[in-house]
Design a protein around this ligand. Sequence first.
Ligand code: ADP
Ligand code: ADP
Length: 230
Amino acid sequence: ITLTNLSRVFRTQDLETTALSHINLTVKSGEFVAIMGPSGCGKSTLLSILGMLDSPTSGSFEFEGADISSYNEVKLAGLRKSSIGFVFQSFNLIDELSVFQNVELPLHYHKISKAERKQRVEAILKRIGIDHRGDHLPQQLSGGQQQRVAVARALVSNPKLILADEPTGNLDSKNGDEVMAMLRELNKDGTTVIMVTHDEKEGKYADRIVRLLDGQVMVDKANQTAVPSD
Ligand code: ADP
Ligand code: ADP
């Protein structure tokens, strides 16, 4: 990912807010980056742009060598579905669907046979240690388990990139640590992770910390004290 001189300005009536100002940022395949900074500094806006849900007002966004700033919504949606898994603070699981069905959901976009869907969902539930919970509804699980299901759903289509928005924001520290350890594990297996957080504890898991202030990159440096993956 290469963002060059990227800005995002919101215009509402006669009010202008510069959410991101001249951002230059490169993320290589396999990195684990935390984007940090106080409320209002532009973290969510940046994550939305990286997630191809919003577009910059100016500047360029290169994804795997292609400048996607000019892509239309249809092309962006296609790229989003094939390349990116999202993890949210609020889990965003569908209450009426079982754990299995929630995790299976992204595979419906990918024209994958029923048998293969079953095999992939079962494998991933096993990997995250909740294969005995496939038939449960999300509400029947703890917050930590729900977030693990959400991570499984983000992963089931084998995205190259996971975008996580305050992934442990709704979890106690034990469950939070488990979810972070899981993201770290996935990263070790090659998935690029970009995570937004205002929580220094979450930031500890990343190999690199990018700090925003007022829409600009203030600090971008390797995290020497990253929590090791074991
Ligand atoms: P953070 O995620 O770090 O809290 P945001 O990216 O949400 O920051 O917001 C950055 C700035 O952009 C803030 O001043 C915010 O009010 C403004 N902003 C974000 N989204 C919009 C929007 N849709 N319309 C107008 N202003 C917005
Ligand atoms: P569809 O075209 O089927 O309605 P979308 O384009 O809305 O699907 O969503 C594609 C992907 O983007 C999904 O994985 C979804 O989880 C994610 N997504 C959609 N809206 C948002 C959002 N506001 N914030 C973060 N991720 C989103």
